[in-house]
Design a binder for this molecule. Structure first.
Ligand code: WTA
Length: 655
C-alpha cells in the first residue's frame, strides 16, 4: 500500500472535486451528461455503440446471449477480423500507425500501409509454416515493432496469440507454452535491458527442453545484430528472411465469429498458478475501442503513449488494439517506463507530440520520488493523462497533473483488470467531475456494486467487496482449459444459480461515496489471521502510512519463535530525508498494535529500500510471506526487481 492523503475508510473527508475545463468538454468525444442514464435504459442495446466502431463481415443480429451464465456471448452471430479493423480500413488515410523508440537510440516508424505490408508478409509466413486457425501462437518478445506485428498477423489468420512478457524466465515460458498447448513461438535472439544484453534465445532453448509437447516452429527476430550471433536449428527461422521471402503476399483476413478467441493472457501471478484468461474477438475489440475513444478521448489524428509493456493487458488494449482500431498513432517504448529519468519521458512527449499519456500509478510515484517538477521540454501537446494499476493517492494525482498536464488537463484514474479486458471504472473526462483518490463512477453500461460477505450492497462510505453485476462485452470468456476454475475464482462467491443471480467477483475491496464514486482499497485476498482476528492487510497498512517519513508498506503474516502468527511489516522510507529508523520502527510497532489490538504481539518491522514488485507494479506479498516464514520461494519470475530479495533477507537477519 502506498501513502495517500485519505484514510483507507475515507474518513479524512472528501477530496476536493475538480471540474473538467470548458475547452476539454467542448472537444471531448463524449460530452452528453446523461450518457449513463441512456446506456442503462437501453442496456444491452447500448453496446451497439461500441460494436458500431468496428467493421463487420457479417453484422450480428443478437447482441447478448445470456442463456448459459456465466458464459456470456456478445454479438455471437456476427463475424469480423481484428487485424482488418486495426489496419486495412485505415490504410487509405495513411497515418503513422506505430512510432517505436528502442533502447540505445534506435527508432522506427510504420505508416498504416507499411504495417499492412509487414503484417501480411508475416501472416503468409505463419500459414506457410503450418499455423492454422485456432492454433495458439506464443510470442516472447520485448517491446519491439515485431511484437504488435506478430499479434496482428496472428489475428489476421485467426490464430489466437499468447504474449509472454519478455522478462519472464525459461520456466515461466515453458509453463505457458504447455498450458496453452502452443506449438508455435515467435521470439528474438536477445535484447537490451538497462544497457545489458539479455540472451533471450538461451532462455528459449532452456524452456523448449522443459515443455511436455513439441514446439514445431520458432521464428527468431534478430534484435542484437551481428555482435551476438546465434545458431538456428532446422525448425527455427530468421524473421527478416521470412518476411523478405513473403514480401508482397497478401493474406485474406479470416472471418472470425465474434466469440472466437482473439488471445490468451496469463495474469501476472501474484497468487497461485498463472491463469490463462481467454478474450473474444468481437466483444473485446468493440469495448476496447469504445473505451479508448470515450475514456482516453482518442481520435485518429492523435498520438497516444501508453507506457506499459505490451506483455501486460494494458499494452494489449491501449497500446495495440484500441488505438489501432481507431486509426491513431501509438508509441512503443522499449525501456521500462519508470527507469529512465523523467527528462527522458518528457523528451519523448515533446518530440513525438504525445496527446494522451497513460501509465501506471507505480510509474508515476517512482517518477515523483526521483525528480522535482520542473522542465525545459514542451509538454503542451498533452490533452489527457491516465493512470492505472493501483490506487493513486491525491498527492501523486496532483503531481502528475501539475508536472505533465500543466495543472490543466483531465486525469483519468482507470480501474480494470486483465479479466475485464477494458476500463470499467473511470470518470468520462468530458463529462465528470474528478476526485483525486477515487477512480470514479462505473462507466456507462456497467452495474458495479460494493457488497458485504452475503452479497448485499453495503451503505455508501462502507468498505466491501467489489462485484460486477451485469455482463459486459470485453469480459473474459473463461480460463483456458478450466471452465470450473473460471466459475470458482470469479463467480461462485457472489452468485446464486437458484435465483439466477450472477455477480463477477473482482477480488478487490472498495467503497462508494454518496456521489457514486468508487474508491479502491486493494485486493481483499490479502488477509492475515492474528490472535484469531481476521485482519485485512489494508487496515494495518493504512495505520503505518500515517507515520511521517513512511512511503510504502506491505504487511504479511509471519511466525514468531513460539509459532504464533504475527505481523511482519515491510516499510520503505522517504529517500531524501535523514530518517531515524529506530523512531520509525517504534511508531510502526505502535501502529500495528493500534490496528490489531493491545493483546497481539506487535511482530516485526523491516525497513527496506524497496518492496518486491511485479512488472505491473504490484507488491508481491506471497514472496514477502515466504521470506518472513523462511519458506522456499515460489515462482519469482514475475518479479521486476529481483535484486531486492537479497536486500530484504539481510535486513531481516539484522533484526
Ligand atoms: C488493481 C491491470 C486501484 C486492482 C489493468 C485490480 C487498480 C488489479 C486500478 C488488476 C486503479 C487496477 N485503482 N487499483 N485505477 N487499476 N487496479 O490484471 O487491484 O494487471 O484488481 O490489470 O489492479 O491488475 P491487472
Amino acid at each position: 500500500m502506498v501513502k495517500t492523503n485519505l484514510g483507507w475508510d475515507g474518513s479524512s473527508g472528501d477530496p476536493a472535486a475538480i471540474e473538467p475545463s470548458e475547452w476539454f468538454q467542448a472537444q471531448a468525444n463524449i460530452n452528453q451528461s446523461d450518457i449513463r442514464t441512456s446506456f442503462n435504459q437501453s442496456w444491452p442495446e447500448c453496446w451497439t455503440e461500441a460494436a458500431d466502431l468496428l467493421d463487420w463481415n457479417t453484422v450480428y443480429e443478437t447482441i447478448l446471449d445470456d442463456s448459459n451464465p456465466p458464459f456470456y456471448r456478445w454479438f455471437p452471430d456476427g463475424e469480423l477480423n481484428a487485424c482488418y479493423n486495426c489496419i486495412d480500413r485505415h490504410v487509405d488515410a495513411d497515418n503513422v500507425a506505430i512510432e517505436w523508440i528502442g533502447n540505445l537510440g534506435k527508432t522506427r516508424s510504420y505508416t498504416y500501409s507499411e504495417l499492412y505490408d509487414e503484417v501480411n508478409a508475416l501472416a503468409a509466413a505463419l500459414s506457410n509454416l503450418g499455423v492454422s486457425e485456432d492454433d495458439v501462437v506464443t510470442i516472447y518478445l520485448p517491446v519491439v515493432p515485431e511484437l504488435p506485428i506478430a499479434m496482428l498477423a496472428c489475428a489476421r489468420i485467426g490464430a489466437p496469440h499468447s504474449v509472454v512478457f519478455a522478462g519472464f524466465s525459461a520456466d515461466a515460458l515453458a509453463t505457458r507454452l504447455d498450458a496453452a498447448s502452443s506449438e508455435y513461438l515467435i521470439t528474438c535472439d536477445g535484447f537490451y535491458r538497462r544497457g545489458d544484453a539479455i540472451n533471450q534465445k538461451r532462455r528459449v532453448d532452456d524452456a523448449l527442453l522443459q515443455v511436455d509437447h513439441s514446439v514445431d516452429e520458432t521464428i527468431v527476430v534478430d534484435r542484437l545484430g551481428d555482435e551476438y550471433p546465434h545458431a538456428l536449428h532446422d525448425n527455427e527461422h530468421d524473421y527478416e528472411r521470412l518476411i523478405d521471402s513473403f514480401t508482397g503476399t497478401e493474406v485474406n483476413p479470416v472471418s472470425r465469429s465474434a466469440e472466437d478467441m482473439l488471445f490468451l493472457m496469463y495474469t501476472s501471478g501474484t497468487t497461485g498458478k498463472p491463469k490463462g484468461v481467454r478474450h473474444s474477438t468481437g466483444g473485446y475489440l468493440a469495448q476496447t475501442a469504445w473505451t479508448t475513444q470515450a475514456v482516453l478521448d482518442l481520435d485518429s489524428s492523435d498520438t497516444i503513449w501508453t507506457a506499459a509493456d505490451i506483455g501486460w493487458i494494458t499494452g494489449h488494449s491501449y497500446t495495440v488494439y484500441g488505438p489501432l482500431a481507431l486509426g491513431a498513432t501509438t508509441v512503443l517504448y522499449e525501456g521500462a517506463p519508470d527507469t529512465p529519468d523523467r527528462e527522458h519521458i518528457e523528451s519523448v512527449i515533446d518530440e513525438y507530440d504525445i496527446n494522451v499519456f497513460y501509465t501506471s500509478a507505480t510509474a508515476i510515484r517512482s517518477m515523483m520520488k526521483r525528480h522535482p517538477p520542473d522542465t525545459d521540454y514542451d509538454l503542451s501537446s498533452i490533452r489527457l493523462l491516465g493512470t492505472v494499476g493501483e490506487p493513486i493517492g491525491s498527492d501523486a494525482w496532483h503531481w502528475y497533473r501539475q508536472t505533465f498536464g500543466d495543472g490543466e488537463t483531465p486525469v483519468v484514474d482507470t480501474w480494470w483488470q486483465t479479466e475485464t479486458g477494458s476500463i470499467m471504472i473511470s470518470t468520462l473526462p468530458g463529462v465528470d467531475t474528478m476526485k483525486p483518490g477515487a477512480a470514479g463512477p462505473p462507466l456507462p453500461g456497467n452495474d458495479i456494486q460494493v457488497v458485504d460477505p452475503d452479497g448485499n450492497p453495503v451503505d455508501t462510505g462502507q468498505a466491501g467487496y467489489l462485484t460486477v453485476n451485469r455482463p459486459w462485452p470485453s469480459m473474459a470468456r473463461t480460463v483456458h482449459g478450466g471452465d470450473d476454475r473460471f466459475i470458482e475464482e470469479y463467480w461462485q462467491r457472489f452468485s446464486d444459480p437458484d435465483t439466477d443471480t450472477w455477480a463477477y467477483f473482482t477480488g478487490d475491496g472498495a467503497q462508494y461515496d454518496d456521489e457514486g464514486y468508487i474508491r479502491l482499497l486493494g485486493r481483499v485476498d490479502d488477509v492475515i489471521n492474528v490472535s484469531s482476528r481476521r485482519l485485512r492487510t489494508v487496515e494495518i497498512e493504512s495505520q503505518i502510512l500515517d507515520i511521517e517519513g513512511v512511503t510504502e508498506t506491505a504487511v504479511v503474516g509471519g511466525r514468531d519463535e513460539a509459532g504464533r502468527t504475527v505481523v511482519f511489516a515491510y516499510v520503505t522510507t522517504e529517500q531524501d530525508r535523514k530518517i531515524d529508523k529506530e523512531h520509525i520502527r517504534e511508531q510502526v510497532k505502535q501502529g500495528i498494535q493500534d490496528a490489531v489490538g493491545e493483546l497481539a504481539h506487535p511482530g516485526q518491522v523491516i525497513i527496506t529500500p524497496d518492496l518486491p514488485k511485479t512488472r505491473s507494479g504490484k507488491i508481491m506479498r506471497r514472496l514477502l510471506e515466504d521470506i518472513s516464514n523462511d519458506n522456499e520461494y515460489g515462482d519469482t519470475s514475475a518479479l521486476r526487481n529481483p535484486e531486492i530479495v537479497g536486500e530484504i533477507e539481510s535486513a531481516l537477519s539484522e533484526k
